[in-house]
Design a protein around this ligand. Sequence first.
Ligand code: AMP
Ligand code: MN
Ligand code: MN
Ligand code: MN
Length: 292
Amino acid sequence: MPVSAIMSSSGTYIYDLHTHSNVSDGILSPEMLVSRAKLHGVDVLALTDHDTVAGISIATQAAASCGIQLIPGIEFSSQWCGRNIHVVGLNIDPEDPSLVEAVMSQREVRLRRAEAIAERLSRQGIQGSLAGAERMAGGAVIGRPHFARYLVEQGVVSSVETAFKRYLGTGKAGDVKVEWPDFEQVIAWIRQAGGIAVLAHPHKYKLTRTKLIRMATAFVSLGGQAMEVQCGSQALAIAEDLSRIATALGLCASCGSDFHAPGQKWQELGAFGKLPPSVRPVWELWENSNEF
Ligand code: AMP
Ligand code: MN
Ligand code: MN
Ligand code: MN
């Protein structure tokens, strides 16, 4: 069953509603992620691994033992108008049968994509990357960061960042186009599992404002209920603009670090600006439903 928050929305809690563990492309185990969140003062933590819920059960136990509220979540790879867009599901039931099926089908898509990435890299003279990325993943849901880590290990590039710049990022050899499920499908999966669909890091897609509004409007019309207004490190002006868009479209606002690993590129757990006071925080959707 999904965990419902029992805390009040007094605004004094620190919510980090977008994080990754090593069951997808994060570095820390779910338990280590929870302890680090505690250390950084997070009160309510959502684990939102890419296309998997494999870490939820362990994270929930770890959270209970250190007094953190764990919100079961997921970050689905989706598409809108041919672009790869991420949709976070919050407060989902990780055991919901259609969600479990969805996770299996996403895993298949990722495996087929990994084979295609390896094929492309081999044409660039880089051999053995499928086995290498699988080894880096160590049973986790495979993604481009695992290929990036293999390229670093092999000395092909000096950093994960450079691996994306040269081989895996948009327009590069390893950027294999995939028919991810559309908004309608992933929103249905999330809602079926009792969760809230959240449009992830809208600023990261580098859309024009008009396109962004078009995307968010489509998201709302298909049952999406919130949008990340604060995500990772972003300028205050961006959060303010996203807040205006969220409010105009009737979307609640979410916030999260998108933490993957301790280090410079990724934002620390709980470390991002406050939600502007004008928005309706997404946690009201589950905290209020608890009042009855
Ligand atoms: P995938 O889910 O396999 O498409 O890989 C996307 C993931 O790669 C993102 O969730 C990030 O964790 C990571 N990523 C994307 N761009 C970069 C980058 N420039 N440097 C490091 N990691 C990146
Ligand atoms: Mn990631
Ligand atoms: Mn994402
Ligand atoms: Mn993420």
